[in-house]
Write a protein that binds this ligand. Structure first.
Ligand code: GUN
Length: 284
């Protein structure tokens, strides 16, 4: 079975569009920021704007110079934080090396943090009262829901421990309601194949092209490929898709799997952010 992220993402976008149709006089705006020349980032952010606009969410973009100082970057973020016409703030990562991500993130108010990356939103997720959570792992959860994949009591293995994907994915799969037994594997894990083979649900988010081979996968497992690499000018995920799809019960294609879901969940988070700011009613 192909787990069709494009389709589920379109469903989410259309649902948001029809929700927003009830509030024609409410303008919701997502602001994105890119620091420096980051071609992949430009591509992703372009997609985020197109999808936002298609859903009826307004957007604005700010390009900042590669050599901007930490202080000027934080000042720019603070302007967006104080702007009542901006409801969501997304700073595309990674930042140039001379900049401190944590200090930048600390300038984003938690209720505008549509990436769910601030200490407050990460802490909320950890403590069991999540609000805005990172878009990519949320997208995997939305796929699991859309395809009615059972998680309770099942073994999930998450490969990769980033704060953008692996760590929040571990928490979202193990929280009450999802109830999976989660193993967090990473680059120092011994015998990764053996660990992965235990997974009913496998989320690969390391960014190593085709690291997940057919012999890593339990027959019938649900496989979510999050890693994106470029190999010989082609997009390659963390999963050796051709081989693994013969063994897995379901698999996300690359592209067209988890990527569109990240963008759809960004829209979902922007709506939630607007709700937290009482721009949309809480019941919606
Ligand atoms: N860079 C790669 N993925 C992401 C993401 O989900 N959010 C941000 N801000 N930067 C990214």
């Amino acid at each position: 079975m192909i787990i069709d992220g494009k389709k589920v993402a379109a469903d989410i976008r259309n649902k948001i569009k029809s929700q927003l149709g009830h509030f024609p006089n409410t303008k919701i705006t997502l602001a994105t920021v890119i620091v420096g020349n980051n071609p992949a980032g430009q591509l992703y952010v372009g997609m985020k704007h197109r999808e936002a606009n298609a859903a009826g969410i307004h957007s604005k973009h700010i390009d900042l110079d590669e050599n901007i100082s930490q202080r000027d970057l934080e000042e720019q973020i603070s302007l967006l934080a104080d702007d009542d016409d901006v409801h969501g703030i997304l700073v595309q990562l990674p930042l140039p090396k001379h900049l401190n991500k944590e200090r930048m993130l600390s300038k984003i108010p938690s209720y505008k943090d549509v990436d769910g990356l601030t200490d407050v939103n990460m802490g909320r997720l950890l403590q069991g009262h999540k609000q805005l959570v990172p878009c990519t792992p949320l997208g995997v959860i939305r796929l699991i829901e859309a395809y009615n994949i059972e998680t309770s009591g099942r073994n999930a293995v998450v490969v990769g421990r980033s704060s953008l994907v692996g760590l929040p994915q571990m928490l979202l799969l193990s929280e009450k309601g999802a109830d999976a037994t989660v193993t967090l594997a990473h680059s120092r894990t011994n015998d990764l194949a053996e660990v992965c083979k235990n997974a009913d649900i496998l989320v690969a988010a390391v960014g190593v092209p085709a690291i997940i081979k057919a012999d890593f996968v339990k027959p019938g497992a649900m496989v979510f490929d999050v890693g994106v690499s470029r190999v010989d000018d082609k997009i390659q995920g963390d999963v050796d898709c051709d081989a693994v799809s013969k063994i897995a019960g379901g698999i996300t294609p690359m592209p067209g799997g988890t990527g569109p879901m990240t963008v759809a969940c960004l829209l979902e988070n922007t709506i939630l952010a607007a709700t937290l700011q009482d721009v949309l009613p809480r019941s919606h």
